[in-house]
Design a protein around this ligand. Structure first.
Ligand code: 5AD
Length: 450
């Protein structure tokens, strides 16, 4: 039996794609190798969103080719995902040790390509063409040999039509294509049947789900219709989604938080910048005022909602004044946490050719300054939980201290506490005793649960 090891870079969509490819290969008779050192096939599922993610994967591939293949000459090496899509055959030309390049619409054909390589029918394959219907092929899940999984990702759509000027995703993931509600509900039902309690719906711009394929019904966007349909599934207790776009936060979605108790009180809404001038240059399609009004509406509907965001510092032409606008937006919005990125020039994107590209030192300085502000606000928000009781879905042993358990609140905060392993997969009430850096610590709320 041949074995495969898949290493994943980047976002949750990539994690999900890797899982689906792994499950498809297992169905083809492969086993999952415990490490890259003993695998017959190693696939790197790549990210292109910033240059350092690409460099990491290329460095890793060079290392695998030089080191691991020395001991295992027949090792098959491949790239899949976003960098595979954007660079295609160029990767075969630049890296002579690479056997396979699988684009983002070809994941489900990985098994065929490997067959061709192993049978000698073809060598050195790069396949990155568009394929209609490919959005519905990311549906297989690994049946967890290590123990049941209580939380699952479900891919609902592929691609993005927004064309933000900094972003490579429309070029690596293609145009928006959505699966049908029935197909997605089937997958979620199967997962619920296996004991999954929490579903996270995934897509590059989930708030645009079904825009072309499914119409608005009774004032509900297709995405809200999907949330309703999943909410009806017995066994599913928590629903999350990522990533939305602010322009998709209509009143129907805000109201869904009040209407659907399983929809977690949590929203990750990328703002990117607080400067209206830059929002326009980024082609984001909203103003800071509109963004702040969305957050206000969400907090009216769900006062405890956890709100996080993504911010880019050092977009071309970002002045001190623009950056001050971002700092002031962060103070006004009171995010629970934020991911901050230094702008990275991406090939073929309009922003890469804009004048006013900033020096690394300027980006570095702004990142540090913004991070301090995010940490300061986050600390206050997290401390407010001390003494409160929260309900968490217990995920497993804590990474830092495996003697403890970890889980997440509805508002997506990590809680670490002392508890018996039999609670894994359960919803449990925990009393918060202490707040650390973006982590809460607690005790089981009911005496004697242990
Ligand atoms: N440079 C830096 N950050 C970027 N992101 C997307 N493109 C770029 C880029 N060119 C960030 C955005 C997005 C997150 C996933 O990655 O903040 O929301």
């Amino acid at each position: 039996m041949r074995s495969v090891y898949i290493k994943t870079y980047g976002c949750q969509m990539n994690e999900r794609d890797s899982e689906a490819v792994a499950a498809q290969l297992v169905a083809d008779g492969y086993s999952i190798a415990p490490s890259e050192l003993v695998a017959d096939v190693v696939l790197l599922n790549t990210c292109s969103v910033r240059d350092n993610a690409e460099q990491k994967a290329i460095g890793k591939m060079q290392n695998l080719a030089a080191e691991v293949r020395k001991a295992r000459p027949n090792l098959v090496l491949g790239f899949m995902g976003c960098m595979a899509q954007s660079r295609g055959k160029e990767l075969l030309d630049d890296l002579p040790q690479v056997d396979l390049v699988v684009g983002t619409q070809k994941f489900h054909r990985t098994g065929e390509y490997l067959n061709d390589i192993f049978s000698g029918k073809r060598s050195r394959i790069a396949e990155v063409a568009e394929e209609s219907g490919s959005e519905a092929t990311i549906k297989e899940h690994l049946s967890d040999a290590a123990g049941p999984s209580f939380s699952a990702f479900v891919s609902i759509m592929q691609g993005c039509n927004q064309y933000c000027t900094f972003c490579i995703v429309p070029y690596t993931r293609g145009a928006e294509r959505s699966r049908s509600i029935d197909d997605i509900v089937d997958e979620c039902r199967t997962l619920a049947g296996r004991g999954v309690k929490e579903i996270t719906l995934l897509g590059q711009i989930v708030t645009s789900y079904g825009k072309r394929e499914i119409g608005v019904k009774s004032g509900h966007s297709p995405f809200v219709q999907l949330l309703d349909a999943i909410h009806d599934i017995d066994g599913i207790q928590r629903i999350r989604f990522t990533s939305p776009h602010p322009k998709g936060y209509g009143d129907d979605l805000a109201e869904a938080y009040a209407r659907l108790p399983k929809l977690c009180a949590s929203a990750h809404i990328p703002v990117q910048t607080g400067s209206n001038r830059l929002l326009k240059l980024m082609h984001r399609g909203y103003t800071r005022e509109r963004f702040l009004s969305i957050i206000q509406k969400l907090r009216e509907v769900k006062p405890d909602i956890g709100v996080t965001t993504d911010i880019i510092v050092g977009f071309p032409g970002e002045s001190e004044m623009d950056f001050e606008e971002t700092l002031s937006l962060v103070r006004e919005a009171q995010f629970d946490n934020a991911f901050i990125f230094k702008y990275s020039q991406r090939r073929d994107t309009p922003a890469a050719a804009m004048s006013g590209q900033l020096a690394e030192e300027v980006k570095e300085k702004r990142l540090d300054q913004l991070l301090q502000e995010i940490n300061r606000i986050g600390a206050i928000k997290y401390e407010r939980f001390i003494g409160k009781q929260v309900r968490i879905l217990v995920e497993g042993p804590s990474r830092r201290n495996p003697a403890r358990l970890t889980g997440r609140t509805e508002c997506n905060k990590i809680v670490v506490f002392e508890g018996a392993p039999r609670h894994v997969g359960e919803l449990m009430d925990v009393k918060i005793t202490r707040a650390g850096s973006f982590t809460l610590y607690g005790d089981p709320a009911i005496l004697g649960v242990d």
